[in-house]
Design a protein around this ligand. Structure first.
Ligand SMILES: Cc1ncc(COP(=O)(O)O)c(C=O)c1O
Length: 416
């Protein structure tokens, strides 16, 4: 792999340094248009909200806004970013969990579409303000993700109201004076199986059919979350979004008719599907160790790309300029002082030398947003390539930025 969006990777590393996150603007657009096209074909009254947690760079949020997407936020600061970018409040969702008074205060003031995680949160919210419209995140009792760490429903999940208690929450909100309603679920991330989405939508619709007619509520929107996956391994197949949209629309329309819901809005909150394959992490080889195993050390680690060490996620990697070279088995690791600072084990890669560039794919979602400054190694810059032009969209973090957080008193005492 030598180029990203037709720009030579070595040139990118020379200009912006290493490590560096690089995004292909056109790939974001292709992903959005593919998903949107499929949804429009089978259920035109849909709205895609890009999940800000996947990639919160304001330049990328603006790109999705320009395509017609809304924003899905999960913290007050993400909501602030959506405001900075100019998302209309009707195009902004807030789906938090264990929301504090401070969180709710900010969200209530901005008056966006709110998916609350629990009745307990609603009770806190109405001490501030009774909202005109509310939606609750329901845990439908089933969940599935690419692996356990990204499964967000079912009996072990911390999210949502167990479906058996959902009627109680909506009755409480109705009695408190709420006039307009939605319903939400998010059962897991990185699903590549179209039938799964129809299965969970069917479950959500049955839950809604059990709750709403009895309370005389006609929900305005059904938010089925994100969760659309991308292949991370060579042998995985792409999610067939056309089939997913067809299957989801079929069960959605059938149940809306059955329960007299009319034609509510179908809302999706994808992050990974829209962003993952548009991003790359370029790193440089800093050390080669012939230990019990062969280790390749990189100038990026678990602080730069957390997913492998966090929950065993896998990112495909390539060595710049070495296609067709003889391969050997290596373990890829970072420089962080943790044994979990491993990107991948037993990788068959072309023979690597010091200063080689190694590129990780599918780094456009949950890459930079999950990065940290552990070991006081600061975060890399972000660069986007659009129509052949490269643009720096976030500066490399400097150690001075870390020192800046010390209060003046300490800065003085330690002569910083
Ligand atoms: C509430 C909510 N919405 C949307 C998303 C985005 O999920 P994905 O990136 O799998 O599409 C998540 C991810 O965990 C989420 O928790």
């Amino acid at each position: 792999m030598n180029k990203i969006a037709n720009v030579d990777i070595k040139e990118l590393a020379n200009e912006f340094g290493s490590p560096v996150y690089v995004y292909d603007a056109e790939q974001f657009r292709i992903n959005y248009n593919k998903l949107k096209g499929a949804l429009d074909k089978y259920y035109p009254k849909n709205h895609i909200h890009f999940s800000v947690k996947a990639n919160s760079n304001i330049q990328i949020l603006k790109l999705f806004k320009d395509l017609g997407a809304g924003a899905d936020c999960s913290s007050p600061n993400e909501l602030k970013l959506a405001r900075i970018v100019g998302f209309d409040k009707n195009d902004t969702l807030y789906t938090g969990n264990y929301e504090s008074y401070e969180d709710l205060n900010y969200v209530a003031e901005y008056d966006v579409k709110l998916n609350l995680d629990d009745l307990d949160s609603f009770k806190r919210l109405i001490k501030i303000k009774v909202p005109e419209r509310i939606s609750f995140r329901i845990n439908p009792g089933i969940g599935k993700g690419g692996f356990e760490g990204i499964t967000t429903a079912g009996s072990d999940a911390k999210f949502g109201i167990p479906y058996e208690k959902a009627a109680e929450a909506y009755k409480f909100a109705l009695d408190a004076g709420v006039k307009r309603f939605g319903i939400h679920m998010m059962t897991g991330s990185n699903n590549l199986e179209p039938y799964y989405f129809a299965e969970v939508v069917d479950k959500l619709m049955s839950i809604a059919g059990h709750i709403f007619p009895e309370l005389g509520i006609i929900p305005e929107y059904f938010d089925i979350g994100g969760g659309q996956g991308v292949p991370y391994y060579d042998d995985e197949k792409e999610l067939n979004v056309d089939l997913m949209a067809e299957l989801v629309a079929e069960v959605f329309k059938e149940k809306c008719e059955k329960f007299g819901f009319g034609e509510p809005e179908l809302v999706l909150e994808p992050g990974r599907y829209l962003a993952a394959n548009a991003g790359y992490l370029i790193t440089k080889v800093t050390g080669i160790k012939e230990g019990y195993k062969k280790f390749i050390g990189l100038d990026a680690g678990m602080g730069t790309l957390a997913r492998p060490s966090m929950y065993g996620a896998y990112h495909r990697s390539y060595v710049y300029g070495k296609e067709g070279f003889e391969k050997e088995k290596v373990n890829l690791c970072g420089q962080i002082c943790e044994n979990s600072d491993i990107f991948a084990k037993n990788q068959m890669l072309p023979k690597i030398e010091i200063d080689d560039l190694l590129i990780f794919r599918e780094a456009g979602a949950y890459g930079y947003t999950m990065s940290s400054v552990y070991n006081n190694r600061t975060r890399p810059p972000e660069v986007i390539i659009d129509a052949g032009k490269t643009k720096l969209i976030r500066k490399r973090e400097k150690f001075e930025d870390v020192l800046d957080l010390y209060p003046d008193e300490l800065r003085k005492e330690f002569s910083i």
